[in-house]
Design a binder for this molecule. Structure first.
Ligand code: ATP
Ligand code: MG
Length: 382
C-alpha cells in the first residue's frame, strides 16, 4: 500500500488523435521541469500517470500549475484484492466524516472479476455495513465521492485537487506579451500560456518618469507567470525618447493613440527579430480611451502580425478575479506609476481616425525612433 499523486490530464488532449503522443510527451517534460529539485518518481499504470514523492505537498503545489493537467488526486494504491480495497475504502469514507457517500468504480483492467457496477455494490455494501447508522448512500449529491480505479493495481481516492487545465505549454507557438505593471496584461499572458502558447514579454520603460521600482514590479509579474511557464525572456525597451518626441511634435489629444501605435509596432519588430509568431495585449474593449473600437483599429494598424487580446470581451471584475486566483493581483496593485499614466492627455481622442493619426505621425521619424529603442533594449532572462 502506498500513497501516490494521480495526474489527470485535460480531456482535450485525448481528442488529439495521432498528435496525442506529442502532447503527452510535452506535458511530461513540463512536469519534469517544474519538479526540478524535488525527489520524485514517475509511475504509469495502464495509461494513467502517477507521481510518487516523499514531499507530496510541494509536488502538488508545483504540478497543479502545469497547463494541460485538469485534476490531481491523492490516491492509495492497493493490490487488486477485494478485502484490501474494502478496507481502504472504509478507512477513507470514515476519515472524510461525511454523512453520505457514493462509490464510483472504474474497472479499466477487464481481468478483474467484478465489473464497475459490481464494485460499486460490493464496496458500497461493505462500507454501509461497517458504518451502520452513521452514513447513507446518496447517488445524486454525495458528500464523499469514493473512487475505485482498477488497473494493474487498484487506486482508492476521495479527494481531488483542481489544477489549471488548458493545453501543455509550448505546444501552440509563441507570443510576445506586452507586459505592463497593470492588472490586465499578466492575466492576458496567463490565458495565452494556458492554451499552450509560449510567452516572451516586452515592457516599455520611461526612465526617469517611471522608476526602477516600476521595472522591478514588471519583473516580479514575469516571475509569477514563470511559475506556470518555466523560463521567460523579458525585453525592456527604453521609451522616453519616443514619448518626448511625440509630446513635442504632436497634438496633445493624439499622444496616447500615437504612443499605442509605437508600442504595437515595436512589439512586432521585436517579435520578428526573435521568431515569435504573434503579439498579445491585455486590452479589453471600452476599458479606457485607447481601447474603444476606433482606438483599437488605429493601434492595430501599426502591427504586421496577429495581435491577440484574450481579455477583449471580459469585464474588469472578472479579470481581477483571475488575477487574484493566479497570484498576480497583489503585485499589480502596487502603486508605481506606469509610462501611460504620466503622459496622459487631459482629453484623449476616443474616436481617432486612422488617416488623421497617420498624418500626425508623419511629423516623427518613426522608423528611426523605433529602431534606436530596439537597439538599446535590455534583455532579461527571468
Ligand atoms: P494593464 O492593466 O495591462 O496595464 P490597462 O488597462 O492599464 O492594462 P493600457 O494602459 O491602455 O490598459 O494598456 C493596454 C495594454 O497595452 C496593456 O494591457 C499591455 O498589454 C500594453 N501596455 C500598456 N503599457 C505598457 C508598457 N509600459 N509596457 C508594455 N506593455 C504595455
Ligand atoms: Mg496599464
Amino acid at each position: 500500500m502506498r500513497k501516490l499523486l494521480m495526474v489527470k490530464y485535460a480531456p482535450e488532449i485525448f481528442l488529439k488523435g495521432l498528435n496525442k503522443n506529442k502532447f503527452e510527451k510535452k506535458l511530461r517534460d513540463n512536469i519534469k521541469s517544474v519538479l526540478n529539485g524535488v525527489q520524485y518518481k514517475f509511475v504509469t499504470d495502464q495509461g494513467r500517470w502517477f507521481i510518487e514523492s516523499p514531499d507530496l505537498d510541494e509536488t502538488i503545489e508545483r504540478v497543479r500549475k502545469v497547463f494541460g493537467i485538469s485534476e490531481l488526486c491523492v490516491v492509495t494504491q492497493v493490490e487488486n484484492d477485494l478485502d484490501k480495497i474494502n478496507e481502504e475504502a472504509l478507512r477513507q469514507v470514515e476519515e472524510s466524516g461525511a454523512a453520505t457517500f457514493k462509490v464510483f468504480g472504474n474497472r479499466a483492467n477487464k481481468s478483474f472479476y467484478l465489473n464497475s457496477m459490481e464494485v460499486n455494490r460490493t464496496v458500497g455494501g461493505y462500507v454501509l455495513k461497517n458504518l451502520e447508522g452513521k452514513i447513507s448512500v446518496d447517488i445524486h449529491k454525495p458528500e464523499c465521492k469514493l473512487h475505485i480505479d482498477i488497473r494493474d493495481y487498484t487506486y482508492v481516492y476521495s479527494k481531488t485537487i483542481k489544477a489549471v487545465a488548458g493545453m501543455p505549454y509550448g505546444t501552440n507557438g509563441k507570443t510576445l506579451l506586452m507586459l505592463s505593471g497593470g492588472i490586465d496584461s499578466p492575466v492576458a499572458g496567463y490565458m495565452m500560456a494556458r492554451r499552450g502558447v509560449e510567452l516572451s514579454c516586452v515592457y516599455y520603460h520611461s526612465h526617469p518618469y517611471t522608476s526602477e521600482r516600476a521595472k522591478d514590479k514588471v519583473k516580479e509579474l514575469a516571475r509569477i507567470l514563470k511559475g506556470y511557464t518555466g523560463k521567460i525572456t523579458l525585453y525592456i525597451v527604453p521609451f522616453t525618447d519616443i514619448q518626448m518626441d511625440i509630446m513635442s511634435k504632436c497634438r496633445e489629444d493624439e499622444l496616447t493613440i500615437i504612443m499605442r501605435r509605437f508600442m504595437m509596432s515595436i512589439a512586432c519588430k521585436v517579435a520578428k527579430k526573435y521568431d515569435i509568431h504573434s503579439v498579445a495585449t491585455g486590452e479589453s474593449i471600452g476599458q479606457v480611451a485607447s481601447q474603444t473600437m476606433e482606438g483599437l483599429v488605429v493601434s492595430n494598424d501599426a502591427s504586421d502580425r496577429p495581435v491577440f487580446r484574450p481579455l477583449i470581451s471580459m469585464d474588469k471584475g472578472d479579470i481581477m478575479d483571475i488575477a487574484r486566483s493566479i497570484g498576480t493581483y497583489d503585485t499589480s496593485i502596487l502603486p508605481y506609476e506606469d509610462c501611460c499614466t504620466i503622459f496622459v492627455p487631459k482629453h484623449p481622442k476616443t474616436k481617432p481616425v486612422l488617416e488623421q493619426i497617420k498624418k500626425s505621425q508623419e511629423l516623427l521619424d518613426t522608423e528611426r525612433l523605433e529602431d534606436e529603442a530596439i537597439d538599446a533594449m535590455e534583455i532579461v532572462e527571468i
